[in-house]
Design a binder for this molecule. Structure first.
Ligand code: ADP
Ligand code: MG
Length: 446
């Protein structure tokens, strides 16, 4: 047994950024200045809301996409092309339907140039370990979701990767199957039955991260930056109901629910003076006002701890977060250290009839939401009080990816329609001023 003296670096990312060029030529930043080092012996969870660039980061580590800026090191050497030490388990299994379980598992080994006999031996061995014994000759379509993902695991593990990357590997499975597989993986890891040195799991589930990980890296959105890096020292197997477990979940929840970019934990950069970023359009969460209204009504009787609330309402963080973010943007709720309370405006909203509610939302979004203000101003400036949606999309695409810009526009339209600020004409794709009222927007902040 060789005792290693210094901690080796398995993967190191230095100042890694990723941006994509939009069809209109604008660059959109997905990941911004990521510094991250992975060492052997750890399960690391990469936790963040959807769209924060988790999958992109994993792909960069695997060498599937190059970073726009910065560098990736694999065992202290700059990574060029595919990372030979990495195998990936995908959310949707990504199996070949025309190949049997055994053939699917052999694939990676084949790509590595293993001779047929050895390939078969290794594949059968891992199939056995992963609980697929007896299913060697089955085709993916004959298997349940859980069994299919076992094939995904076996295929990745067959090549004995140093770093096993998993992109939301349990999220396509039902709750019980996911829980079983999670613990089986943990067993394999803790009993050292797999030679993998390190595991990186991408997830949007806080509990999943706290159950599995030795370290939780929290990533924020728009652009993706590391917001926290938490080391988890609770011994396995962790008890979900224990106070320490709950405490940690709460802490991570707090970090995730801080909605604004400004609260990012600052990462030291080599350049002392980065140029000022362009003015930001808030990232509007894709929620309907109706959902926010329903949430506020529930909140009236259950003030307090956000995480408990989510549990009680059986909402996943990914489902709850957009609603909370939307309510926060409109100053209907206040967040403080993981606790959520209704603001006075929020209370007025709940107490109000439909027309009062519309008026409150109208005031709030006209005062606070930049893209709504912009649309409104453009409409007022136009003689026919109509603008093509492309105009707004162009503005948004300077700040968001094409796909996200569309989502942002949809949300802005949805909110503006509710508040009867403007309407949307489906066939022509035009936004038009709803009704000409006296435009006295009263200043209001929470
Ligand atoms: P996550 O896995 O956290 O949900 P992703 O890494 O999949 O996030 O994506 C982050 C953002 O990057 C999304 O807005 C997505 O639309 C954008 N994106 C990802 N890949 C590409 C690409 N090839 N071209 C343009 N935009 C992309
Ligand atoms: Mg993803």
């Amino acid at each position: 047994m060789v005792v290693k003296v210094a901690t080796e670096s398995l993967i190191a990312l230095q100042g890694v950024s990723k941006s994509y060029k939009q069809p209109n030529g604008q660059q959109i930043i997905i990941l911004d200045n990521i510094n991250l080092e992975l060492i052997p012996g750890q399960i690391v969870a990469l936790l963040g809301p959807s769209g924060s660039g988790k999958s992109t980061l994993m792909r960069i580590i695997a060498g599937l996409v190059p970073p726009t800026e910065g560098q990736v090191f694999y065992r202290n050497r700059p990574l060029k092309g595919l990372n030979p030490g990495v195998a990936i388990v995908f959310q949707n299994f990504a199996l070949y339907p025309w190949l049997t379980v055994l053939e699917n598992v052999e694939l990676g080994l084949k790509a590595k140039g293993e001779p047929p006999e050895q390939r078969r031996q290794k594949a059968l061995h891992i199939i056995d370990i992963i609980g697929l014994d007896g299913f060697e000759n089955a085709y993916p379509k004959e298997l349940s979701g859980g069994m299919r993902q076992r094939v995904g695991f076996a295929r990745a593990l067959a090549v004995e990767p140093e770093l096993l990357c998993m992109d939301e590997p349990f999220s396509a499975l039902d709750v019980l199957t996911a829980e079983n597989l999670r613990f089986e993986l943990l067993d394999l890891w803790l009993d050292r039955r797999i030679p993998t040195q390190s595991i990186l799991i991408v997830t949007h589930g806080i509990e999943e991260a706290v159950i599995l990980a030795d370290r939780i890296v929290v990533i924020g959105r728009n652009p993706g930056r590391i917001r926290a890096d938490i080391s988890v020292t609770l011994p396995h197997y962790r008890e979900r109901k224990s106070p320490q477990f709950q405490e940690l979940v709460d802490r991570v929840y707090q970090i995730l629910t801080k909605p604004s970019l400004e609260e990012t934990i600052s990462v030291p950069t080599s350049q002392p003076s980065t140029p000022e970023p362009p003015p930001k359009y808030q990232s509007l969460p894709p929620v309907r006002i109706g959902a926010i209204a329903g949430f506020l009504e529930l909140l009236e009787e259950r003030q307090g701890d956000l995480y408990r609330l989510a549990q009680e309402l059986l909402l996943e963080v990914d489902e709850m977060l957009p609603i909370v973010e939307g309510a926060k943007l409109m100053n209907l709720v206040a967040l403080k250290e993981g606790d959520i309370t209704l603001t006075d405006i929020g209370k007025q909203f709940i107490a109000g009839e439909i027309d009062d509610r519309k008026q409150i939302i109208r005031t709030q979004i006209l005062n606070n939401i930049r893209i709504v203000q912009q649309i409104h101003r453009l409409l007022l400036a136009k003689r026919n009080q109509r603008i093509p949606e492309e105009l707004i999309l162009d503005i948004l695409e300077a700040h968001f990816s094409t796909e996200e810009a569309k989502r942002q526009l949809n949300t802005a339209i949805e909110w503006g329609r509710y508040a009867e600020i403007y309407g949307y004409d489906e066939p022509s794709g035009e936004i038009f001023l709803e009704n000409i009222q006296s435009e006295t927007v009263t200043a209001s902040t929470s």
